[in-house]
Design a protein around this ligand. Structure first.
Ligand code: OOG
Ligand code: NI
Length: 468
């Protein structure tokens, strides 16, 4: 019996999730339509090689697949099973994100493909947060949360059986893989029947709307999906035209010639009906909950530790200036202007980013290479000369991870007013997270570094064997 590839299962799962979410949150479909329009215009504007490349991606419809989604779970065992489930789709936990410093009682990772080949097939990732019970300061709320989450089962029995089967036999045949996608999807869907009474929900919400979102429901409904846009500023500007209420500001770095890291924005979570348990009778009590939204992202080059440090430094100085501005909340145009000014210090050509060791690149032998770097005392002659002569081509390596401060901005914009929020002792608990996960998180930086080194080695090797 032959097994289907984990990349194939991921693609099936991503497509099923996307169809389900469009049906559940119609406004998300409107956002996708706007993104498609803006992307088509950007492609029409792009000329030459870049335009052709984008057209090809569009035709292969890779441009159209969602880039990520997010869920929030309450129990360590839920995170543990998610790790096993996502592993069957070749999605592994990369990076540890501490959100407590932003007043959120959760920590997180992103399950994502880790190889270039796998990312090229389908880059879908799931940003997954776990509630940190110990950060809920209100004792009564903490007790309710514990008691409510205790024994919650978010997985269909068939999902659990199929995960175990895949682990013992080392893969899944197509019918089993499709059954897994079908049943796993149920964990991510919206279930409007709450597990608590209206009173309990209100109490949880008063402590923290994020706690209510995690504790009051039967499952960790997917709270957003995120397609890729080629022009995030245009989508942000045009959301109002389409009657989509946008997030106030775009998160991340400003627009640049050479995009870095990740820029994101979203629309405000929609209000959805939920039915609470009436403890005195069998009827249900109607209420409302806001959690689910649509997001867009635009990715740039992955930065080295030095590049990340410069990014944080410039971001912090821009934030300090923004914090001094009085009046109503700073609007997006002002924010982008201030960021642009501070980021003028961040080199903005591929060559300067490379030469200064701020970003990661893939080194590819160009077709014109008819000689190879000579060795002087055993070390290759500086690679720079070869790049200058066009014998080696360098391509930016895309950033595939998340930014904790941006993620916090996304959380906050969709959880309503969180002022006065109480979160206990802040600080990371990576060990606790990894214990729940049942594995270590992969270091994202190490992946980019290995990719860069690997490309260099392969390039030198190909020159060694074919040119003198
Ligand atoms: C996750 C927010 C983080 C992102 O794109 O940074 C995220 C959530 O709201 O659960 O998805
Ligand atoms: Ni997101």
């Amino acid at each position: 019996m032959s097994y289907v590839s984990p990349d194939w299962i991921r693609s099936q799962f991503c497509a099923a999730l996307s169809a389900m979410y469009r049906a559940e949150v119609p406004l998300y479909g409107d956002l996708v339509q706007l993104v498609d329009e803006v992307n088509a215009e950007a492609i029409a504007r792009a000329d030459g090689f870049a335009g052709e490349e984008l057209k090809r991606e569009m035709e292969e419809s890779r441009l159209k697949v969602e880039r990520h989604g997010a869920i929030r779970v309450g129990n360590p065992s839920e995170l543990h099973t998610l790790r096993r489930l996502f592993a069957l789709m070749a999605m592994y936990p990369v990076n540890y994100y501490d959100l407590s410093t932003s007043g959120l009682p959760v920590h997180a990772t992103a399950f994502r493909p880790v190889t270039e080949e796998s990312l090229a097939v389908n880059p879908f990732r799931v940003f997954t947060s776990l509630l940190r019970m110990e950060l809920i300061t209100d004792r009564r709320v903490r007790e309710i949360a514990r008691e409510r989450l205790d024994g919650r089962e978010i997985f269909h029995p068939r999902t659990l059986k199929l995960i175990a089967l895949a682990e013992t036999q080392g893969g899944l045949a197509e019918p089993d893989a499709l059954a897994l996608v079908h049943h796993a999807l149920q964990t991510f869907r919206w279930q409007s029947d709450a597990r608590v009474s209206k009173e309990t929900y209100d109490e949880l919400s008063r402590a923290h709307s994020l706690v209510a979102d995690i504790v009051a429901f039967r499952g960790p409904h997917i709270n957003h999906l995120t397609p890729r846009t080629l022009d995030i500023d245009a989508v942000q500007a045009r959301m109002p035209e389409k009657k989509i209420e946008s997030k106030h500001v775009i998160e991340g770095p400003p627009e640049r010639q050479c995009p870095i890291l990740l820029r994101q924005t979203s629309f405000q979570a929609v209000q959805e009906p939920i039915y609470f348990i009436n403890p005195l009778s069998n009827d249900k009590v109607l209420g409302f909950h806001r959690a689910r939204f649509g997001e867009i992202e635009q990715r740039g080059v992955a930065l080295t530790p030095a590049g990340v440090e410069l990014y944080h430094h410039l971001m912090a100085s821009a934030e300090r200036e923004l914090a001094t501005m009085t009046g109503p909340a700073v609007d997006n145009a002002t924010r982008q202007r201030v960021l642009q000014r501070h980021f003028a210090e961040f080199p903005d050509t591929w060559e300067s980013l490379r030469a200064r060791g701020l970003a990661y690149f893939r080194y590819v032998r160009s077709s014109q290479a008819t000689r190879r770097p000579s060795l002087i005392d055993g070390t290759p002659q500086p690679i720079d000369a070869f790049i200058e002569q066009g014998l080696i081509r360098v391509e930016p390596i895309t950033y595939e991870d998340f930014l904790p401060a941006s993620a916090a901005g996304i959380f906050h914009s969709n959880l309503g007013d969180l002022k006065g929020l109480q979160v206990g002792k802040v600080g990371p608990d990576r060990d606790g997270f990894e214990r729940a996960l049942g594995a270590k998180v992969v270091d994202g930086d190490a992946l980019y570094h290995a990719q860069q080194i690997g490309s260099m080695t392969a390039m030198l090797e190909s020159m060694r064997t074919s040119v003198s």
